[in-house]
Design a protein around this ligand. Sequence first.
Ligand SMILES: *Cc1c(COP(=O)(O)O)cnc(C)c1O
Length: 411
Amino acid sequence: MRARLAIDGGDPVRTRPFPTRAEGMGDAELEQLTEVIRSGNLNRVGGRKTAEVERAFAELLGMRHALAVTSGTAAIHTAVAAVNPDPGDEIITTPLTDMGTVIGIIYQNAIPVFADVEAGGYHLDPDSVRSLITPRTRAIIPVHIWGMAARMEEFLEIGRAGIPIIEDCAQAYLTEYDGRRVGTLGTLGCFSLQQSKHITCGDGGLVVTNDDGLAERARLFADKGWDRTGEDRGHAFLGMNYRITELQSAVALAQLGRVKEWVGRRRALGDALTRQISGIPGLHPPATSETSGNTYWFYPLRIVEEEFGQSRDWFVRAVNAEGIPAWVWLRGGPLYMYDALRLQRTFGTSHHPFDCACASRRIDYGPGLCPNAERTLEELVCLTVHEFYTESDIADMATAIHKVAEAASSR
Ligand SMILES: *Cc1c(COP(=O)(O)O)cnc(C)c1O
């Protein structure tokens, strides 16, 4: 007889809690932090840790320049500012991402133009991007979502016409595309050190580039336009203060020492889960580390209701009842469905830059704009896979998913 689902009062597959990431933070971080505190200097100016993080990260990726800033959002804002769009210029990106991808675009008075993702997929569709390019297109921001690489060769091809490509790698440390690491392929690469990312210092971000001019603009922008080489401040152009502190950099430096090992672990575990749950009707695992360079920020799964027999939300409830963490990401839909964008709530009573005379056309957001992204988010479930999970944690997840799927198909 089939085992009764926990959601129907049966015994759950798993009663022990899953490992947390707390053990990823410890003595190495404390040692670095202690050095900073004892030095009495917490600002990057006069300190050493931020410079060390930048050197180590540039070296890890084989890039000429890395700049550490206060968040992934700040990293993308800084990259956009380095590219220096004119007000009303357009930047094409995906609506299936974190709000941090678009905030900096709007703060630089540019307009996010959302291209759709591939049908049944997670990444920007190059054809959709091509169809939206205008003389006002100033950059394209592909997002390597969940740790899987976007179709970079197509975006680089589009970029050859003179459009900078800014890679959003917030979820994709050490993800590989065609044997090369993401963040090193486009004009600029942006990373996040926020708590949930592969490595963290609470909040922080990194920008990498091989372009000396862009690196210099990025550095000035994130430091109030302050030219620290001269006798006076210079203030060459309008910037922000996105300086990360030595405290954050101390932690980031320690974390950086483990990123390769952790990513290797995530790859092995994520791929193992995919092997164990592939072939279930209506349940679509993500591409593996071999086919997409996947480094598994989280583990996305699509539940196609017509094939699966039950809804996505039922799946989440049933799996949760079995003791397996699973949740819905962006329940509200693609980014443009959220009030800040849909209603273009920006500055004061205006909708700047959307209603600015500087814009060459009216951009409206709302349901139906990117049907594939909307569909993907309706089908999406997130599972956790991280470096402190074990093979037996993965086996429990697979057992619960099989149990739930068998019940779903026969209900
Ligand atoms: C986390 C994230 C950001 C923003 O980073 P923060 O450090 O949270 O500001 C941007 N893009 C993506 C894809 C992210 O996952």
